[in-house]
Design a protein around this ligand. Structure first.
Ligand code: NAD
Length: 283
């Protein structure tokens, strides 16, 4: 049966390394700092931002959490972002999505200085990723790439089938793997005969948000299975893959929880440290 890839363990190892790097930077008078802005009271979003702040603190990195009421206007938010863009002590700015309906999400994303866009959502950074340049990569896709590399899974020439085409996960993870010379197929909700595609995958990345969408029946022997899904079923956290049946056929598989999830915040910390170093090198 499959080797289980624990993102949680890798995330802890990486964060330990980052903690040392932050303390080295402090000695050079560089104090990496992340600002997280959240609007409204969505419990899931609240718990995500708390996690981000706690993780920052744990590696000794400064972080500010700005909690704004649901009725905050778009203009107020844009002004605040502009203030942090100008603030030389701030290196990373993250606005937790989704935003309330009266705020134009794309406008907000584009207001963030690309050199502080640690989520990697600004079109300039997306374009850099598309053209194979070094930049801030979106955290979940980047975390998946790092996991695959650390597990020494070969990517070049491999057929990667991705289920999902969101701007957050599906599209960027495909791009990052294409940059690694994989052959990439994107499937989505309008794809016909999904199983015909998944059966041909060397690596399958499932990011659909549908519990048990993929089972052992859907994959061939020896497939690497990355489960990005986070679903709550009867109060339990579960992914998009039926773990039991899939792990009988897979060569490697990520669990939910303790798989991809912990890597996401880890790459946010990585991006913020990277931003701090770049900003200081340019001063
Ligand atoms: P999304 O809803 O924006 O996109 C889902 C994608 O899956 C769409 O492109 C859709 O076409 C496709 N899809 C849906 N049902 C399908 C089906 N039956 N067959 C084929 N394709 C189908 O979601 P998202 O933001 O991309 O997130 C996907 C999942 O990953 C969610 O469960 C989310 O909670 C999770 N997620 C996890 C992390 C993490 O850090 N672990 C981060 C982001 C998202």
């Amino acid at each position: 049966s499959a080797e289980v890839i624990y993102g949680k363990q890798l995330a802890e190892d990486l964060r330990q390394e980052m903690k040392q790097e932050v303390s080295e930077l402090h000695k050079q008078n560089i104090f990496p700092k992340l600002v997280v802005i959240i609007i409204g009271e969505d419990p899931a979003s609240k718990s995500y931002v708390k996690g981000k702040q706690k993780a920052s603190e744990k590696i000794g990195m400064d972080s500010d959490l700005i909690e704004l009421p649901e009725e905050t206007s778009e203009e107020e938010l844009l002004n605040l972002i502009d203030r942090f863009n100008q603030d030389r002590t701030v290196h990373g700015i993250l606005v937790q999505l989704p935003l309330p309906e009266h705020i134009h999400e794309q406008k907000v994303i584009e207001a963030i200085d690309p050199s502080k866009d640690v989520d990697g959502f600004h079109p300039i950074n997306v374009g850099k990723m598309l053209t194979g340049q070094d930049t801030f990569y979106p955290c979940t896709p980047f975390g998946i790439l790092v996991m695959l590399k650390r597990a020494e899974i070969e990517l070049e020439g491999k057929h990667v089938v991705i289920i999902g085409r969101s701007n957050l996960v599906g599209k960027p993870v495909g791009q990052l793997l294409l940059n690694e010379n994989a052959t990439v197929t994107h499937c989505h909700s309008r794809t016909k005969n999904l199983r015909d595609h998944t059966k041909r995958a060397d690596i399958i990345i499932v990011a659909a948000g549908k519990p048990d969408l993929i089972t052992g029946e859907d994959i061939k022997e020896g497939t690497v299975v990355i489960d990005v899904g986070v679903n709550r079923v009867d109060g339990q956290l579960t992914g998009d893959v039926e773990f039991e049946s899939a792990s009988e056929k897979a060569s490697h598989i990520t669990p939910v929880p303790k798989g991809v999830g912990p890597m996401t915040i880890t790459m946010l910390l990585h991006n913020t440290i990277k931003a701090a170093k770049q900003i200081h090198n340019h001063q």
